[in-house]
Design a binder for this molecule. Structure first.
Ligand code: UT7
Length: 339
């Protein structure tokens, strides 16, 4: 029998500190109205100084394990998508493994905001190849640690958080297909210049704040995000023999409400099917899709049997789209049944 993969559990974690747009007005030339109009963001969560990316990851993982009715010992692989890991090495996945108290292979994926899409494809491939049965896939970021709070064009965009899924072997295809893409020619339109072999840490690199996010042309990033996400969705739908009307829920990378709205227009999908959950979360990079997924599932917006389309875009440039037949019963439906 053909091996398939499905999402058997989902969870998320947002640090409690909620930072409103007005907070930035104290040190950069910006205002709440500009940020709301251009991005749809009203507030974002920032982690306290003693919290690590792996802490948020573990919290989201425990919630995902609980929703799957599983114990950490049942995991046979941990994959963390992040570009703001606890340490440059080892991988954040091993810190997560240590905190969960388990022993299984563990590694990170660096595909920036598309990390969750790349991770879902990798997890599906491991499972369908018979190399794993149960994979914990987490997107986790503490972006506030790599923001330049002198740069109004980037510091207002990002937030901290983690979202986790349990990807399991299944008889029927939950994960129906995916498309991935990358364009290294545009690597420097969204990047962190220092901290790697190209520019190791030095007094100069710190003084130049080159250990922070740089996005010299936000407008170009915006355009490429819309083009690549819409095109990845179209290609995937064509490849899978679906039309846009077959999709019940669209979860785009939660970068900016205007980007998501432009993707919806370009795809010609009913806007009520799109999850836009950026207002109090901000752009959490690799964590954005699993956080939006978890919050929508817990709110009862995603139901068993729904065809869910994820699409992502981020630094690299990288992008992706994934089609999932949702197989996890809605907690809202379950609560309604037992009441
Ligand atoms: O995961 C992917 C990560 N990246 C993104 O999602 C970013 C994609 N890009 C965007 O979302 C948008 O380009 C931004 C929200 C970053 C900017 O919006 P925009 O409508 O493209 O504005 P713009 O870059 O064309 O800038 C318009 C003006 C500029 O001023 P001047 O040159 O016209 O005087 C900017 O300096 O807005 C200014 N500006 C700001 N003003 C107030 C830029 N950031 C701010 C700010 N507050 N925070």
């Amino acid at each position: 029998m053909t091996r398939h993969a499905t999402i058997a559990g989902v969870g998320s974690s947002l640090p409690p500190r909620l930072v409103p747009n007005t907070w930035f007005e104290g040190f950069v030339d910006t205002n709440d109205e500009w940020i709301r109009e251009r991005t749809g963001i009203v507030a974002r969560h920032f982690a306290e100084d003693d919290v690590q990316t792996s802490d948020l990851a573990v919290e989201s993982a425990r919630a995902a394990l609980e929703s799957a009715g599983m114990a950490p010992e049942q995991l046979d692989m941990i994959v963390v998508a992040t570009i703001t890991g606890d340490t440059v090495f080892p991988a954040t996945a091993v810190w997560v493994q240590k905190k969960l108290g388990v022993s299984c292979p563990a590694f990170d994926i660096n595909a920036a905001c598309s990390g969750f899409s790349y991770g879902l494809s990798a997890a599906t491939a491991f499972i369908t190849a018979g190399m794993a049965d149960t994979i914990l896939l987490i997107g986790a970021e503490i972006f506030s640690r790599i923001l330049d709070f002198n740069d109004r064009g980037t510091c207002i965009l990002f937030g901290d958080g983690a979202g986790a899924t349990i990807v399991r072997a299944s008889d029927a295809a939950g994960l129906e297909g995916s498309i991935l893409g990358a364009d290294g020619n545009a690597a420097e339109i969204l990047w962190m210049p220092a901290g790697g072999t190209r520019t190791p840490a030095s007094a100069e690199s710190v003084a130049a704040r080159d250990h922070s996010v740089r996005m010299p042309n936000g407008r170009e990033v915006f355009k490429r995000a819309v083009t690549e996400m819409a095109s990845a969705c179209r290609q995937l739908l064509d490849k899978s023999g679906h039309t846009v009307d077959d999709v019940d829920v669209l979860i785009p990378h939660q970068a900016n409400a205007r980007i998501m709205s432009a993707v919806v227009d370009r795809l010609g999908i009913d806007p009520v099917k799109a999850i836009v959950d950026v207002a109090e979360v901000g752009n959490t990079s690799a964590a954005s899709i699993p956080i939006a997924l978890d919050r929508a599932w817990r709110a009862g917006t995603i139901r068993e049997g729904d065809l869910v389309l994820f699409t992502s875009f981020g630094a690299g440039l990288t992008w992706g789209a994934t089609l999932v037949r949702w197989t996890l019963a809605s907690p809202v439906a379950a609560a309604g049944t037992s009441a």
